[in-house]
Write a protein that binds this ligand. Structure first.
Ligand code: FEO
Length: 383
């Protein structure tokens, strides 16, 4: 794959992976992107997962023919990008490795070697001349790890954006960008909104025509769409007006209340997304909670706590800096109901949450009083 006469794609697709980062299902696999800039000097930007070292080296050799790389630029040390560094350094003994100081420490910890006699440490504003191409490095801490740097190439106006603007899914599968980019962003980078905002501010000073992320497609057109979504996500703003309902139900009674609420909201013309936390992909439900402006949580009291899937859901939201939402509650308890209190406690550290006045309290099965409560909750959520 070619970006231009001098910049080539040398990444790989992974269709063998079961869980990305040990937890995210990736039905369409994953791409580990890598790029090579060919000039008087040759730079390769990032290695790939260690299972694909041979294929990656072959891709580089195919593009370079009888030349060899001068530099390996390591923007991020997570093993999906650093797993083939050792192979590269063995294969190309004349190459130097360019990265942040923090990355070299991680390199030694992960792989037992920081290539001290072959390393070039860079920081914010450092530059690397390749000939007519010149890379300027941008520190991007916590997008997604502390050592991350991005690289801007001035002559072709390319931002090599590390994990930012990435998505789940291999590149040989055609799918909508936003859906899997949002699930990736919220799950993996979502906690670090303020750090993403800082990088977006820096990017405003650059003339960017192409974004080359470490996962997902190279972005060449309509960049304001992608940057706009990143701004929405990282500022924890509402992307989609509407309500998402996340629930658990043991015998179907809580589910019945959820379905009634969803129907009433839909009748009012409100967009609704419902997730059964015991059965859905939890990362999709988390993504929806960040995407929509209003969230309803429905669960049962269970062992003096709340049903386990809801407990996990709320702790995942809190851990990811969930904020700036209107939240309503449906609780169910057959002899002692404390679920709403426990759910509110679980969200107590989240900023800028407004809890609805109307809530639903079921005592085993939905009764006439609950029907009225559900109507009041729907009314409040529709305002
Ligand atoms: Fe794609 Fe944070 O690694």
């Amino acid at each position: 794959m070619k970006l231009s006469d001098n910049v080539k794609y040398v990444g790989v697709n992974d269709h063998n992976i079961d869980l990305f980062e040990g937890q995210y299902i990736v039905p369409n696999g994953m791409a580990y992107n890598s790029y090579v800039i060919i000039d008087e000097k040759i730079a390769v930007l990032d290695s790939v997962d260690g299972h694909f070292s041979e294929e990656w080296i072959a891709n580089i050799r195919a593009e370079l023919k009888d030349r060899t790389p001068d530099y390996l630029i390591v923007q991020h040390m997570e093993p999906d990008h650093s797993g083939s560094i050792s192979k590269f350094m063995e294969e190309f003994p004349g190459a130097q490795i360019v990265s942040s100081q923090k990355a070299f420490i991680m390199m030694k910890n992960f792989y037992g070697d920081d290539y001290s006699d072959r390393q070039i440490a860079v920081k914010e504003g450092s530059q690397l001349e390749l000939g007519s191409h010149k890379l300027t490095f941008i520190e991007a801490p916590m997008v997604h790890w502390p050592e991350v740097i991005m690289s801007y190439e001035e002559s072709e106006k390319i931002l090599f954006s590390a994990d930012a603007f990435g998505k789940f899914g291999a590149l040989d599968v055609d799918e909508e960008w936003a859906c899997e980019a949002r699930r990736y962003y919220v799950g993996i980078v979502g906690k670090y909104g303020s750090q993403v905002q800082k990088v977006l501010q820096k990017a405003k000073n650059l003339d960017i025509q192409t974004i080359c992320p470490l996962h997902g497609p190279i972005l060449t057109e309509n960049l304001s769409y992608y940057v706009g979504l990143y701004d929405t996500w990282s500022s924890y703003s509402t992307e989609t007006d509407g309500v998402t309902i996340a629930y658990t139900s043991v015998y179907g009674n809580t589910k019945k209340a959820v379905e009634m609420l969803a129907e009433l909201l839909t009748e009012k013309g409100i967009k609704v997304a419902v997730n059964d936390l015991a059965r859905c992909d939890m990362a999709e439900a988390v993504e929806d909670a960040f995407r929509y402006g209003k969230v309803v949580l429905a669960t049962t009291t269970y062992n003096g706590n709340i049903f386990p899937f809801m407990r996990e859901f709320i702790s995942t939201l809190a851990e990811h800096n969930f904020q700036n939402k209107i939240v309503g509650f449906i609780e169910n308890g057959s002899w002692f109901s404390t679920a709403t209190k426990i759910m509110k406690d679980g969200l107590s550290k989240c900023a800028k949450l407004t809890f609805t006045e109307a809530n639903v309290r079921i005592l085993s099965a939905v009764n006439e009083t609950n029907v009225e409560e559900i109507k009041m909750l729907a009314e409040e959520l529709s305002k």
